[in-house]
Design a protein around this ligand. Structure first.
Ligand SMILES: [Ca+2]
Ligand SMILES: [Ca+2]
Length: 372
């Protein structure tokens, strides 16, 4: 009986997908399965070529030296998709890298569609995937994910921090919860409006961390208005809620009003924050005291307790697609970064200096110095 239980335990403990390990010296491994998908503590990430149809199981090669590397290749029609997975020594404990290349080997232009499988619980922003408030996935810069959009929401990559602020005075509870763009990620929201229309947009802020002015100045970009700088601490004081009003317009006629709250380029604290958003019909008289007290929430077309329970991501969660056309002989390369076991957040793809080449070089150098 004990033996049976032990056998069963061993069987369960053996990861069935553990075809190949990705590791760097001194850190726990992740695994690449036979389909080329990478298994991380937060879930599984993998790309599947669905168009052209007919891609079979990938051919896989494993290299142990100079660093563990798994190459998975599939062909469908005239498209060859190859993926190289390895661990790179990005501070503090490494990220897994998936370098993907699509090539059209034919003599005619070819369309390709890739399904990007991520956990259903993942929020995918413009360039980052977030699970349980951790940034675990960095997406390539030169291809746009195809996803379903909701009428409004946060375009992602920024974490919710409920109860972060301690606003003083007669103040709506929505000021307490915030989103923050850790590592300089801008906070971006889209709101659907009829094409080209105007709205009065109000942003609510409350700085509760810094005590001296000038630490966290923000750059605010609301569609249809001039960019402006704001240091909530200088303008209102610590723990004091305040509001900024904007005459917003859907100037590019795409049916959204877009707002971005990013870090000021010279800010010492590069993590932008945002507490509340209201979108009102244009021209409505709005008193700041009433706004802050939450008395106008019900008059708003959109009222968002940023970082609160009713806040939402703009895009539907979970798997998404990439669609592209490749000319004859053309190729495209994409870099995906995945948080590894015990790893911290992945670097921001939009601001990092990492490239496929220097990630590989850094990994090889670490392996070499470890051996010596
Ligand atoms: Ca717009
Ligand atoms: Ca809030």
């Amino acid at each position: 009986m004990i033996r049976t239980a032990l056998c069963l335990a061993l069987f369960i403990a053996l990861p069935l997908y553990a075809e190949h390990e990705l590791r760097s010296p001194g850190f726990p491994p992740s695994h690449v399965d036979a389909s080329g998908s990478i298994h991380e503590p937060w879930g599984t990430f993998g790309l599947v070529l669905v168009e052209p149809q007919g891609a079979g199981a990938p051919e896989q090669q494993y290299e142990a030296s100079p660093i563990p590397k798994v190459r998975s290749t599939v062909n469908a029609g005239t498209i060859t998709l190859s993926q190289i997975a390895f661990r790179a020594p990005v501070f503090p404990s490494g990220v897994d890298v998936l370098l993907t290349t699509a090539v059209n080997t034919g003599t005619q232009p070819a369309d390709a569609k890739l399904v990007v499988n991520v956990p259903d619980s993942m929020n995918i922003g413009k360039r980052m995937g977030v699970i349980n408030n951790q940034i675990v996935l960095g997406l390539p810069l030169d291809i746009e994910p195809v996803r379903k959009e909701k009428p409004w929401g946060c375009a992602g990559g920024v974490v919710a921090m409920p109860g972060w602020a301690a606003p003083q005075g007669d103040c709506d509870a929505s000021f307490k919860n915030i989103r923050a763009g850790m590592g300089g990620v801008p906070i971006v929201y889209h709101f659907t409006v009829p094409k080209g229309e105007q709205r009065t947009l109000v942003l609510g802020f409350c700085e509760s961390f810094h005590a001296t002015p000038g630490k966290r100045p923000l750059m605010i970009d609301v569609e249809g208005t001039a960019k402006q700088e704001l240091d909530p601490l200088t303008k209102w004081g610590r723990h004091i809620p305040g509001c900024l009003h904007f005459d917003a317009t859907d100037t590019n006629q795409d049916g959204h009003i877009d707002i971005t709250v990013g870090p000021h380029p010279r800010a010492e604290d590069q993590n932008p924050i945002l507490n509340v958003i209201w979108v009102f019909p244009a021209g409505l008289p709005l008193d700041d005291k009433d706004l802050i007290a939450g008395k106008l929430n019900r008059k708003a077309e959109y009222f968002v307790d940023v970082g609160g329970q009713q806040d939402q991501a703009l895009y539907e969660q979970g798997p998404f697609e990439y669609v592209l056309r490749l000319e004859p002989g053309a190729s495209q390369e994409w870099l995906f970064l995945l948080s590894s076991p015990g790893g911290g957040p992945v670097p921001n793809p939009e601001t990092m200096s990492w490239t496929a080449e220097n990630l590989l070089k850094a990994a090889e150098e670490v392996a070499k110095s470890w051996k010596e």
